[in-house]
Design a protein around this ligand. Sequence first.
Ligand SMILES: Cc1cc2nc3c(=O)[nH]c(=O)nc-3n(C[C@H](O)[C@H](O)[C@H](O)COP(=O)(O)OP(=O)(O)OC[C@H]3O[C@@H](n4cnc5c(N)ncnc54)[C@H](O)[C@@H]3O)c2cc1C
Ligand code: SF4
Length: 338
Amino acid sequence: MSAGIDIPLFIRQINSKNDLGAAKTIYDANYFGFACGKVCPTEVLCEGACVYNHSGVKPIEIGRLQSYAAAKALDKDKKFYSAGAPSGKKVAVIGAGPAGISCACELSRHGIEVDIFEAKSMPTGLTLHGVAPYKITNTETLAEMAWLERQFGFRVFYNHRISTAQDIEQLEKNYDAIFIGIGLGETAGLHIPGENLENVLGAVEFIEQLRLHQHRVSLPGKVIVLGGGNTAMDAASESARLGANPVLLAYRRSREEMGAYGFEYDLAKNVGVKALFNAMPVEIIGMDRATAVRFVRTRNDNGKVEAIPGSEFTETCDWVIKATGQAKGNPLFRLIDG
Ligand SMILES: Cc1cc2nc3c(=O)[nH]c(=O)nc-3n(C[C@H](O)[C@H](O)[C@H](O)COP(=O)(O)OP(=O)(O)OC[C@H]3O[C@@H](n4cnc5c(N)ncnc54)[C@H](O)[C@@H]3O)c2cc1C
Ligand code: SF4
């Protein structure tokens, strides 16, 4: 439910004006206390489990309280932790996302020397490159990372992708253990004609561009977002906020079967996104650039999506964003299996 944080304790500490004590309670259980308070889907996690829900009262805003207390520690640069007495052990961490960094913090606390190897030029993985920017800013994300580095002193080597069997062998030779925290891959393919046209973007890559270019990204015209998960909602909301009009969210199943949280869908609707349900893309049409998407209507046949023959229709577009999930097979695993 929560990340094992003692929520009642930190709320009591805030209530008794012990904000730094509350921050310590949070960070003892979760090294991304500030970021999680900002980005967690609290409505379905801690706040969803709040007893107030049973009495029809608005739940306590646990996420907001959490990031409030955590921010106090960051603002004051409060030193809570330090590296443990050297154990003589060394660990290589691949990937400076939340998983890799949390691992590095924990190991450093136990006196284990840690080097992190990160493919990109910046840390925190999808917190910086994927989470919708209205939830957390780059400055906030990087401030928490810098604070953690000051607490524990692990090293991060940026622009350092581990990509060959030799890289792995080298790590095996130089370290006692390797932690792999590389997350998932790029946006998964749809396997339909036209998906590689110029103006057909992956949702994860699209949001990454927004985050890196601080919203100086232009997306004029009509955008069709394909998918029904939270990333599809983020991509649709962000397109609408960038001025795209109209923004059409097309999902191959029904509204009820959509994986996205209800509040994420509501956010998208509130910025003008229109939805098309039971519509499965079969082709993206265009020469160099996509000009339309051809869909077929669907129905649910015992849990399976079934195309309804003769129900094809097209929607014109200026951009297509594929929000079809992240590919699971990071190429690195193939090297290790081999
Ligand atoms: C678009 C999007 C929006 C999201 N929004 C939310 C949200 O609002 N709230 C929420 O709680 N969660 C959200 N998530 C999920 C959350 O971002 C992930 O659960 C979290 O980032 C996973 O952390 P991780 O460390 O496992 O992986 P990642 O964050 O993916 O980090 C992996 C790191 O490893 C690096 N790496 C990969 N391969 C290599 C290699 N071979 N060598 C070296 N480095 C490598 C990557 O560059 C990256 O920095 C979202 C995810 C996406 C895709
Ligand atoms: S905000 Fe809620 S769900 Fe997220 S870490 Fe904190 S207690 Fe857990």
